[in-house]
Design a protein around this ligand. Sequence first.
Ligand SMILES: Nc1ncnc2c1ncn2[C@@H]1O[C@H](COP(=O)(O)OP(=O)(O)O)[C@@H](O)[C@H]1O
Ligand SMILES: [Mg+2]
Length: 249
Amino acid sequence: MALEARGVTIRFGGVVAVNGLDLDVRQGEIVALIGPNGAGKTTFINCVSGAYVPQSGRVTWKGGDILGLTPNALGQRGVSRTFQNVASLHDLTVLDIVRLGRSLGRGRTERRSLGLFTTRDPLAEELTETLLAPLGLADARHRPIQMLSYGHRKAVDLARAIAAEPELLLLDEPVAGLSSREAHELADVIRGVRERHGCTILMVEHKMDVVNRTCDRIVVMAAGSRIFDGSSDEVQVDPEVRRVYLGEP
Ligand SMILES: Nc1ncnc2c1ncn2[C@@H]1O[C@H](COP(=O)(O)OP(=O)(O)O)[C@@H](O)[C@H]1O
Ligand SMILES: [Mg+2]
């Protein structure tokens, strides 16, 4: 198993946000993590990405323990994430941010020439062509991020995470707040990342059309625990899932 979480438990005071969670993602798989608000999805992503250290449990990536690692150490192991709420209070440009993302990764791609003695900037050209253009951000590349719409900032955050050329990509509601056209475009980019890089992806997402378009398997969390693990056909008829979402007895 590429990503393996076992018995992950994290409490905040009296609240058990994640309660003995087991979750597996195979190499190259895209798994959706869904569940009602407050289910513990973001908290779990925060554990895997090193922001929180759970009180108990283990998380391994390709056999190595990753709990509590810094973003840099995770970057070196090929792990990258996006954020549910994107920051906007700085004046870095789109290209600056994507370059930062690239510098945090391991740099698996052969670098092109450094462009000495020319005014060309090969890295900027490569990032624009391979990342910003497919996300509709090529024309915005020199604009400060705080000038962009929410949807474009979400796309920049995704571009930053992908720029690291991760082997494991953790996405927290990547299309929240986007129009359905933008959401479908972003979903296609996410699938494209897996196809190009063979990347493994764990994605928190509410929009079921995006989940169905993007993911191979669905895990449902409720009140900190896993209540379902299976296909999108099965999830719709699962009695426990229907009870949690629809209040069926
Ligand atoms: N830093 C924190 N301090 C206190 N409580 C938190 C913190 N982060 C999350 N929680 C609580 O943990 C539970 C799960 O939250 P969260 O992981 O954000 O859920 P989800 O992402 O599934 O909506 C909620 O009850 C939330 O209030
Ligand atoms: Mg959340």
